[in-house]
Design a binder for this molecule. Structure first.
Ligand code: FES
Length: 172
């Protein structure tokens, strides 16, 4: 069966829009240079914004006390997670090490930022990503690739409520 166009007078695209193919795909040096300038300018602006915003919102030391939970919510040997909102939201873990002994650490591993967890069976903090281990007492690295101790908060218990404050190292 022979092909029959549906329209009697199909549009004459080539006649109506007389642009040669080599003209349609041609990009002049000037246009290309303009494109590169816009692209590199955009990248420079983006990087500048990141740098400036880090100056505008510096990491501040934690101020004041922050309520975490009631003492009854975390049994001895237990752990709970909490976050404190500041310039950014930082995740922490609160550990009930022994009767009346509490510890709070940042939950981000100091190696590649995986979430650490408290393992009561060995009384240590584990980073499951690369088998990193930290002391549940001080946050120091015990084993594995983490380069630094976990940042710690001080824990204050008052009226059966657990609060955290910025950590003050009383030894040094
Ligand atoms: S991210 Fe924790 S050990 Fe690698």
């Amino acid at each position: 069966m022979a092909y029959e166009p549906k329209e009697k007078n199909p549009p004459n695209w080539k006649g109506d829009f007389p642009i040669r193919q080599d003209e349609a795909t041609h990009v002049t040096r000037r246009e290309f240079a303009k494109f590169l300038c816009l692209l590199s300018g955009g990248l420079a602006l983006g990087n500048g914004y990141v740098v400036l915003s880090s100056f505008a919102y510096p990491d501040k030391e934690l101020e004041g006390e922050h309520l975490v939970c009631n003492t009854s919510e975390v049994p001895v040997g237990g752990m709970t997670m909490f976050a404190i909102k500041g310039t950014k939201e930082i995740p922490y873990i609160l550990i009930h090490l022994a009767e009346g002994e509490w510890r709070a650490f940042e939950q981000k591993c100091t190696h590649l930022s995986c979430a650490v967890v408290y393992r009561d069976e060995v009384k240590k903090i584990e980073c499951p990503c690369h088998n990193g281990w930290f002391s549940a007492d001080t946050g120091e690295v015990l084993q594995g690739p983490p380069p630094r101790a976990l940042p710690q908060l001080s824990v204050v218990v008052r009226n059966e409520k657990v609060y955290v404050t910025a950590f003050k190292d009383t030894i040094s």
